[in-house]
Structure formats: structure tokens, C-alpha cells
Design a binder for this molecule. Structure first.
Ligand SMILES: [Zn+2]
Length: 520
């Protein structure tokens, strides 16, 4: 019943402003120009003039017509404009911040206005009206003044530059994640993105440091870092996005010739003293789970063709779901899907997300078929130190030009050293939980120089969940029952470890942990 009484009111509200405003002159005050928008399409780029009507940015319908194939017809009776695209129409009426788009009403921040012989519409007309009738995607990006037409890859890139001792760190936040390559070319570093165009915000660079300028170069999918005379070397690290929509980060540390590099991992402060007791209550808040291998790197392969990268990702997802649902902690995976990710980048992801615990998941392989059982590892730094001097460890280092390698290896190495006792304690808890549920090897807890653990700045373990080379275990490793058992065991170990940490329990010193490093 109440509805009936409302109808006349609504009709009156619609009619009165229509009638009142149609009689107003639609002629705008003289328009002032504003910076143009850039139209980006498969055909290339071109500017689209923008004028200001008051504070409102407006574009001319005549300029939009050739771009989107619009025909424009003035309706003098209705004091409006009919814009058509193929069989679809947009009706605009003078004085009204509304458009009827293929029969649907959309609001505009301002009415269309006449400017001499042209009709001007608010820039939002592109996203709110034209986008609804045009056959390809139309994406108006106000802040970067772009109109992207069609299915183009135009990642949003925000660059930051910060001094870090005698080096400069340039960070690119890239949304969505986009393939890229960094190449050194004479006096510049070129960062090439796998894209059609870049939607980029660049900082003003200081002419003093090793990076003197950052700018977009042709093709407009490349950003150049102009290097100064003090440039020595650079290294890159990639921090994966922590959510599918989140930005990934590409970090380029540019070192001077003289300066030893600062620790290059975001969030990692290897040179800083241990945090003072009582600064923050000890606890486990963020956990990084690292599904071993991925992408081109399949890891071990079983006789039936099961690959390690699939098993590790599946168990990682089960463990993440358990921890999130039962403990409500923040859990990040170093990869969400089948991606190739470097060993050091996995540690960097954990460090930059300030993880309190790092769990790397793997499945074993042996030349013979009979070895079987799970085992848990934490880092052995004695062997890393000797192996780091060999070439094998060097090959796995992130890209680094120049002669600062030795220093960097030592810094990387030290990150895990201070956490070894806790890593050993956590490894033993996992061993206890696993061995009560499934078969273990003869040496269930071991130390080994796993590269992925070296740079982690938090307690870190690596779990070999079984032997893919053993046909029985290969079958088990792919079953959800077995995967759930492994996830449950690690979860229980985590619950016990967390309560130890929260009680501030003194963990026993790891048997072969070296003395604490002396910081330079
Ligand atoms: Zn592996």
C-alpha cells in the first residue's frame, strides 16, 4: 500500500528538474585546457585533448567519435545529443548529469555542455557510457591519465627510489604481475616488461648517486635507469605478490664502486643487533610455506611420472588452509601456482613479509627404488661456508654484476645463523609429529646446506615428505590422505613450537651450530 503513495512523489522529483533545467542555457563559460589523456590501443598511442569546465575535466564528443566509431546527432527538440555506436545509442540531455546508455540510466559528474560548435562531456563519459556500448574493453585510468582500449597488457608500475648507505634501491611495484628482464647496456640498466605499454609513475632521481635518472624509453615497455660515474654493480630480487591481485615487487639495488653492499634483501637487517628483549612479545604471526620447485623446474620425478612440484604445492595448500582456519595466522606461499621462482627469491619473500617461520616442502629422490621415508632438515652453516667458496653455490645467487660477491655470500649466510637453535627445535618437533604418523628414514633430522634456507632471517626448516623414486611412496605422496597426514603433522609441530616461543622457553643450542657471528 505504501508504494502507491510514493509513486507520484518520485515522478514529480524526476519531472521538476527536467523541466526546470532544460530552459537553462547549456553554453559553458570559456573552457581552459588541462593535460591531455593518452589513448592506448593496438594501433598505438595518441593524445586526447581535455578541457576544464569549472573543476570538471571534459572531452569533446567530436574527438571521441573517430576513436570509438561514434556517430553524433544533435536533437534540437530535446536539447540533447544522441550518440550511436553500431546499433546501440547513448542519449544525453542538456543540463542533466545523466545518460541513457542502451536504455540504462547512468550518472555523470556533470551535464554535457556546448562549447562553441562542440559538445563537451565529462571524461567519465568514456568509462560510464562509451565502455558499455563499445565492443572491446575500455579502461579509463584517471590517476595515470590513460584510456586503454582493447585487451592490452598495460601493467601499473609505481617506482620508488631510496638511498641505502652508499647504494640506491629502486623498487618497482607491478600490478598485475608481469614478466620482465633487466639488462645492462653501457651507462644504463634497462628493465623490459612483457607488456604493450606501461602505466608508470616514476620518482624524480637524484643526480648525485649511482642512479641519476629513471625514465620511460622507446619502446614504451622499457624503463631505463641512467647510471652515474660512481656505479659499481647491481643486483635484482623479485618479491612475489602475497595475493593474486596484489603487486609483485622488483627490487634493483645499485651499488657504487667503493661501497660494500648493504644487505640486499628487503626487510632483512643483517647488520642490525638482535632486537632488544621486550620490544615486541615473541610470537608466530606470519608463516611462509615454500612449495619446492615449480614452473620449468619440476623437481624429482617418480617412476609413474608424478613430479615433485605438484606434490609440494598440494601439501602447501593443505597446510595453509589448516593454519589459517585453526590458528588464524597469516600464511603466505612463495608461489601460488606453477611458477618458476629462484631459491633466493623464496627467502627474500619470507624476509620482506617479516615471516616468523619458514617451511620449505620437498619430496626426495634416490637412484635406487628402495630408499623411503620422510626427513626434516635445517641449515648446516659449516658446509655452506665451505661450499659458498665453490662455484656451485655462486651459480644460484641472484643476478649480481661487479666484484662484491664474496661479501654478499657472507651476508646471506649469516641471516639463518642466528636462528639455528630454533630451527633445530622446530625440526625436531616436526620429526616427532611425522614419526608418530608415518615412516621416517634412519636419520630423520639432519643438517644440510640447502640454499633456500641460507638467507632466511627466521627459524626455517625443509621437509622431505618421502621418496618419489620409491613406487609405493610415489603413490602415497599423491593421495590426499597422505598429504593431509603430512600437513596435519607439520601443523601440530607448529602449534607446539608456537607455544614454546610464546612461553619464551629457552631452546637448547643446536648441536653443531657455530658461535654467533660477529657483525661488521
Ligand atoms: Zn626438492
Amino acid at each position: 500500500m505504501r508504494r502507491h503513495r510514493l509513486v507520484p512523489v518520485v515522478v514529480a522529483l524526476l519531472i521538476v528538474p527536467l523541466w526546470a533545467e532544460v530552459s537553462l542555457p547549456a553554453q559553458a563559460p570559456p573552457a581552459r585546457s588541462a593535460p591531455p589523456l593518452t589513448l592506448v590501443s593496438a594501433e598505438g598511442r595518441r593524445p586526447l585533448a581535455v578541457v576544464l569546465s569549472g573543476a570538471q575535466e571534459m572531452v569533446a564528443l567530436d574527438d571521441l567519435a573517430p576513436v570509438f566509431g561514434l556517430t553524433i546527432r544533435e536533437d534540437t527538440v530535446a536539447r540533447g545529443v544522441v550518440v550511436s555506436h553500431k546499433d546501440k545509442t547513448i542519449v544525453l540531455t542538456a543540463g542533466q548529469g545523466l545518460a541513457s546508455v542502451a536504455g540504462r540510466l547512468v550518472s555523470l559528474p556533470a551535464p554535457l555542455v556546448r562549447d562553441g560548435r562542440r559538445w563537451l562531456v565529462p571524461v567519465e563519459f568514456i568509462s560510464r557510457a562509451v565502455a558499455l556500448v563499445y565492443e572491446a574493453k575500455v579502461d579509463l585510468r584517471r590517476s595515470s591519465r590513460l584510456v586503454v582500449i582493447g585487451d592490452l597488457r598495460v601493467p601499473r608500475i609505481v617506482a620508488r627510489q631510496e638511498p641505502l648507505g652508499n647504494q640506491v634501491r629502486v623498487t618497482f611495484e607491478i600490478t598485475p604481475k608481469t614478466g620482465h628482464a633487466v639488462v645492462s647496456q653501457q651507462n644504463r640498466l634497462l628493465v623490459r616488461f612483457e607488456s604493450d605499454f606501461l602505466d608508470v609513475t616514476l620518482p624524480a632521481a637524484s643526480v648525485q648517486g649511482p642512479v641519476q635518472a629513471l625514465h620511460l624509453v622507446d619502446p614504451a615497455t622499457t624503463i631505463a635507469l641512467e647510471l652515474g660515474p660512481s656505479y659499481g654493480s647491481y643486483r635484482t630480487t623479485v618479491v612475489p605478490a602475497d595475493s593474486p591481485q596484489g603487486p609483485m615487487r622488483l627490487v634493483i639495488d645499485v651499488m657504487t664502486t667503493a661501497a660494500p653492499p648493504q644487505p640486499a634483501q628487503p626487510g632483512q637487517r643483517q647488520e642490525a643487533p638482535l632486537p632488544p628483549a621486550g620490544a615486541a612479545p615473541p610470537g608466530i604471526r606470519t608463516i611462509v610455506i615454500d612449495p619446492g620447485h615449480g614452473g620449468e623446474e619440476t623437481g624429482a620425478r617418480g617412476p609413474a611420472g608424478i613430479v615433485e612440484k605438484d606434490v609440494t604445492l598440494s601439501v602447501a595448500r593443505r597446510l595453509k588452509a589448516l593454519v589459517e582456519s585453526k590458528l588464524g595466522l597469516r600464511v603466505l606461499l612463495t608461489r601460488e601456482g606453477d611458477e618458476t621462482i629462484g631459491l633466493d627469491d623464496r627467502a627474500v619473500a619470507a624476509n620482506s613479509n617479516k615471516a616468523d617461520l619458514f617451511i620449505s616442502l620437498h619430496a626426495n629422490a634416490a637412484l635406487r627404488r628402495n630408499p623411503k621415508g620422510a626427513e626434516v632438515f635445517y641449515l648446516s652453516t659449516e658446509r655452506v661456508t665451505s661450499e659458498a667458496r665453490g662455484s656451485a653455490a655462486r651459480q644460484e645467487l641472484p643476478a649480481l654484476g661487479g666484484g662484491n660477491r664474496e661479501i654478499e655470500i657472507i651476508l646471506w649466510e649469516m641471516a639463518q645463523t642466528r636462528h639455528l637453535a630454533q630451527s633445530a627445535a622446530f625440526a625436531e618437533l616436526i620429526e616427532e609429529e611425522l614419526s608418530s604418523r608415518l615412516k621416517m628414514t634412519a636419520r630423520p633430522v639432519q643438517q644440510a646446506p640447502f640454499r633456500v634456507l641460507v638467507g632466511t632471517n627466521m627459524p626455517a626448516v625443509l621437509v622431505e615428505m618421502g621418496f618419489l623414486s620409491n613406487p609405493d611412496e610415489e603413490k602415497q605422496l599423491t593421495s590426499s590422505e597422505y598429504q593431509n597426514v603430512v600437513a596435519q603433522a607439520i601443523f601440530e609441530a607448529l602449534v607446539r613450537f608456537r607455544s614454546q616461543v610464546e612461553r619464551g622457553e629457552q631452546v637448547r643450542q643446536a648441536p653443531s651450530a657455530p658461535p654467533p657471528p660477529s657483525w661488521p
